[in-house]
Design a binder for this molecule. Structure first.
Ligand SMILES: C[S@@+](CC[C@H](N)C(=O)[O-])C[C@H]1O[C@@H](n2cnc3c(N)ncnc32)[C@H](O)[C@@H]1O
Length: 248
């Protein structure tokens, strides 16, 4: 069933799940490295959740950052953190698919948004919504579930703090369920399979060019030494990837 971040304590549990080490070593490193220099950039974080990347984008030098998310509970958590430690970020409840009047952001980031599209029609709506937020020449960058999970033998990711459950057969809309370890039963987050080629077409149809896919990378950690062996299952069979494209 589609994960509703307004239900129960899912928003709080997801916020806690961002403390798992791979979030810093791989997710944040890979996404922020691909984003590159943020100096002077006008940024929107779409599907910002409780603001994990929204805050990082501002702290990394963006001129302004706006965070939007469809889930009121996520925005409440983001605003609470803004009140506790103000950074000047505006948070709004907003659907990424909304055809807002054309905006002029330099960069749109949306970690884990596209995975909520059940089919190509919903994906097309998301891509059109993203295009409405970017100026011509503006970039879109995301860290997202790897559809390739349905095409390789999925290793046991348990040592990283999560698992991935797939359907018996690959088909568009097939679930990819993340089982995130926490106290008690795992937090289940359901994503949906759409092939990478369909992502590329959806972005092209929405007015984007230069679609590219990047493998996740491991941040060097002098204290951990050379621990690539530990991360090999994640890096060699990546459950998530970075996608990037540019608005024409
Ligand atoms: C897995 S969380 C990721 C949050 C944040 N980007 C992060 O990396 O911490 C996915 C978020 O996508 C939001 N979301 C799902 N569909 C959306 C839509 N159509 N428009 C805006 N947000 C959406 C959910 O409410 C949820 O907060």
């Amino acid at each position: 069933m589609t994960t509703d971040y307004n239900q129960g304590h899912i928003a709080e549990q997801y916020k806690k799940a961002k403390e798992q080490p791979w979030r810093a070593r791989i997710e944040t490193y890979s996404l922020m490295k691909r984003i590159g220099d943020l100096t002077g950039k006008k940024v929107i974080d779409i599907a910002c959740g409780e603001g994990f990347f929204t805050r990082k984008l501002l702290q990394a030098g963006a001129a302004t950052v706006v965070g939007v998310d469809i889930a009121e509970r996520m925005i409440e958590l983001a605003r609470a953190q803004e009140v506790a430690a103000p950074l000047g970020i505006e948070y709004r409840v907003e659907d990424a698919r909304a055809l807002v009047p054309q905006q002029a952001f330099d960069l749109a980031v949306s970690a884990w948004l596209l995975v909520y599209a059940h089919d190509r029609a919903e994906l097309a709506d998301m891509c059109r919504g993203l295009a409405r937020r970017l100026r011509s020449g503006g970039r879109f960058v995301t860290f997202t579930t790897n559809p390739g999970l349905y095409h390789f033998k999925v290793p046991d990711y348990g040592k990283y703090g999560f698992g991935v459950k797939l359907a018996d057969k690959v088909a568009e809309g097939a679930p990819i369920t993340w089982l995130i370890q926490q106290d008690g039963p795992p937090l289940e987050i359901e994503n949906y399979y759409i092939p990478l080629s369909a992502y590329e077409s959806a972005f092209r149809d929405a007015g984007f060019t230069s679609f590219s896919v990047h493998q996740p990378e491991l941040a060097p950690d002098p204290q951990a030494g050379d621990d690539r062996t530990f991360w090999a299952d994640f890096l060699d069979y990546p459950p998530a990837i970075v996608l990037e494209c540019v608005k024409k």
